[in-house]
Design a binder for this molecule. Structure first.
Ligand SMILES: Cc1cc2nc3c(=O)[nH]c(=O)nc-3n(C[C@H](O)[C@H](O)[C@H](O)COP(=O)(O)O)c2cc1C
Length: 186
């Protein structure tokens, strides 16, 4: 698949079939993550790949904990079921000290964002689906997976074959002239 087609056709996948993900496809995704650019090439990303049914079920439970998220105004996490049913969940982590921090900007988040897009496009290019899940109880996920205190969990990525392969348009995007300024802001 051409890179522009992968970018254009990628959509968040939130429901998955029970078809297993082939190891070669998973390996290609891991390699795509490795190839991402990062602050001073420090490659702060670490990934915990979870296939165990009980562990995925727990991750799913922690993706919406009412007493934490309802007061913040969230009613649900639309990926909660998908985290339990996807054959693999990739838990993307980083040690913030393993990347740059300047002007108060933590570049580990940029590093992980780029690696995450490589992950998502590598999935799309191989007929797989995934979604960046940013809402979860980080403390519980860290306890569950034995992730050290200094490491942040930046995203969860349920991964598998989409349950419904109908092509859907994603939510609308801003027009180019709303997001690009010529020469000066505004
Ligand atoms: C940083 C980040 C966090 C996100 N967190 C969640 C989430 O917790 N649950 C979910 O269902 N989708 C989540 N999404 C997916 C977005 O809702 C989705 O990408 C957006 O609506 C655009 O839709 P599309 O990916 O189908 O193009 C997240 C996306 C990003 C980039």
């Amino acid at each position: 698949m051409d890179i522009f087609e992968a970018i254009r056709t990628r959509r968040s996948t939130r429901r998955f079939s029970d078809r297993a993900v082939e190891q070669e496809k998973l390996d290609k995704i891991f390699d795509a993550i490795r190839q991402a650019p990062s602050w001073a090439n420090m490659q702060c990303w670490r990934i915990v790949a979870v296939k165990d049914e009980g562990t995925k079920q727990k991750i799913s439970e922690y993706s919406f904990v009412e007493k934490i998220f309802a007061p913040m105004g969230y009613k649900a996490n639309p990926s909660q079921k998908g985290l339990a049913e996807a054959p693999v969940v990739l838990v993307m982590c980083a040690d913030p000290a393993g990347s740059g921090q300047v002007r108060g900007q933590d570049y580990y988040l940029a590093d992980i964002g780029i690696a995450a897009q490589n992950l998502m496009l590598a999935a799309q290019g191989q007929g797989l689906g995934t979604v960046f899940v940013g809402l979860y109880d980080e403390d519980e996920i860290k306890k569950l997976l034995g992730i050290p205190d200094n490491v942040r969990v930046v995203g969860l990525f349920p991964l598998g074959y989409p349950r419904d392969d109908k092509k859907k348009d994603g939510p609308p995007r801003k027009a180019v002239d709303e997001i690009v300024f010529n020469e000066k802001w505004g």
